[in-house]
Design a protein around this ligand. Sequence first.
Ligand code: BGC
Length: 751
Amino acid sequence: MNVDKILSEMTLEEKAAICSGKNFWQTKGFERPGIPMINLCDGPHGLRKQVGEADHLGLNESIKAICFPAGSAIASSFDEAVAWKVGETLGAECQAENVAVSLGPAVNIKRSPLCGRNFEYLSEDPYLAGKIGVAMVKGLQSQDVLPCVKHYAANNQETLRMTGDSVVDERTLHELYLSVFETIVKEAKPRSIMTAYNRINGSSCSENKELLTDILRDKWGFDGATVTDWGAVKDPVEGVRAGLDLVMPGGNDSYAKKIIAAVKDGTLPETDLDKSVRNVLNLIAYAVSHKKENAVFDRDADYRIAAELAKECAVLLKNDGGLLPLKKDAKAAFIGEFAEAPRYQGSGSSHVNSAKVVAAKDAAAGLSVTYARGYRSETDKTDDALLKEAVEAAKNADIAVLFVGLPDEFETEGADRETMDMPNKQNELIAAVAAVQQNTVVVLHNGSPVAMPWIDKVPAVLEMYLAGDGCGEATVALLYGDANPSGKLAETFPVRLADTPAYLNFPGERGIVEYREGVFVGYRYYDKKEIDVLFPFGHGLSYTAFTYSDIRLDKNEMDDTDTLTVTATVKNTGNRYGKEVVQLYVRDVESTPNRPIRELKAFAKVALDAGESKDVEFKLGKRAFAYYETRIHDFAVETGEFIIEVGASSRDIRLRAPVTVRSTTVIPVIFTRHSTVGDIAAHPKGQAFMASMQGQMKTPPSQGEENVMGSGTSKMIEKMRTEMPLSGLASFMGLTDEQLDGMVAMLNTEI
Ligand code: BGC
């Protein structure tokens, strides 16, 4: 396809038309200028290709496909190779099914554990979400399938999801919510981005020039197509002006009509429309020229991949006394409906019509396992007969394994949760079983953190998340030690909902949600507030043990333009093979902006045989030390000491080493009437000015002197002196307004 030629031959009507879809899942095709149509499908952890009736909520059936672990599980692998493999396999399926654009990954930050779509999202941490997102995108792209990274941006709840306004300050937006997209755009260069339903600070994400052009294209260098979430656009003309390219779903010619009218009446320059058309044509041209003709979708092979990947994602939360792994000949009672019918995926647009799901009960065939249903998912009432049967089964076994978690209606796209609680009947079942069987293991099937009122009563908890079609097989392999757990939490498990950062401001009021916790989301919040958590970010156990030693920095001082190399040694001190996720956090010892105690800036998953040790090397550049500085609308480092922390979780730091980083960024300062003596004195040129003013100024008296402000402690007087604004000084000096303005002008000229 020759995009330039086609564009030059298109009529205004054709151009306007191609900026919205043909129907639910296709772009428009035109025979005359030679534009084929392409297919777009969900994503993000399995193929949802609808051939019959279409919808964006996963209601109607799609073709049989493979459900891979959901985003929450993929991120818990802390393994870019796992994320890449999901992308690669899904990409190959898309090629076989003639799907050009895969709607994912979904990378929104988990601001509150209540967000109904957290199961699809990756993490509370932007670094981790960014890196896992990059790997998923690259995996899809390895098959020449186009990812559509979603939902851009600040789309962190489902309440009023199509109209809500996320009110976020600039620093928080860039440090947390945009930086995930920034990393993916810069490192993986995806060819499309999906704009979110919500507004940010009053402006709809699909019609927001700052978001779609100034930041995405001009700042980050994105050169692909922006696609609306399904039904997100309010005003397509405003969208095109802002940098929106494709409105989905289509089938409605009112968008095109509005665009044509706006071009004709001169309110929309045709050159703006051409930009959008070019981006859509480029997307189509890429897809068409990279279509693999002989691709096959091997469902059995992909199921195997899904089951293997699920083993890498599970997190062993607790394992007192080494209860796990179970001996193969142990008499185990599998209890709970999820052992028979696992909850392995969430509801909504990501819902896959699974070709094959293996339940734990079936995967355990051949082992010494009995089964009791324990509860009925469809009701929240305790079924006494089932409870009794479960307690008997637990008593008669060596070990009870409870398969519990959240049923579909507890977490789903389209609705937020109201509590972190599991169904009462399940909590009651756990308590009843644990009361008669001290060897009780809880296996969780959920997409986001749950409260665990029974945690002290059970020795072992295995978090499977929503592990995809291979959920049961992976669970059994992990329980019996054929696989060794190696996942770590990509989000904090709080003790209770009231402890969470957005507790007072989620989901907002009257459609407006204020992100008042600022950058303090997830562990950034719990660490700063010194709040105890159930399980911290980065936590996860193994059947073996690891020690950390010998942290080395290649320099102790550096400019922020340099790269720091950090090396540490990790040893497997147990007696079996295992993988450890080594995490590197950076801590700014002292800073003017209010910063988190520590922030994740690197990680590596290391495979070690029993007794083996390996050096792990990390490279840290400027961004590892930077915060977002609103005065320059960019990231900056504040000169000073930082501590490099290396550990097994955000609350299990094993090694520390200091480094001094010098900033190379000059932050321009503009003085005003409100600038204080302290501000001025802190600036080199301001100091010269202060010196030149000495004598002329009757500054507030220094220590011990009596004056208009009365006497005070030296600390108080010093504070009053440094916080005195220029306007205050002027009044002490008896200056007029004009003279004050002259002083401000002089100060700024000095600079
Ligand atoms: C969801 C998107 C999805 C789209 C198409 C929307 O409701 O928010 O994530 O890709 O539907 O199904």
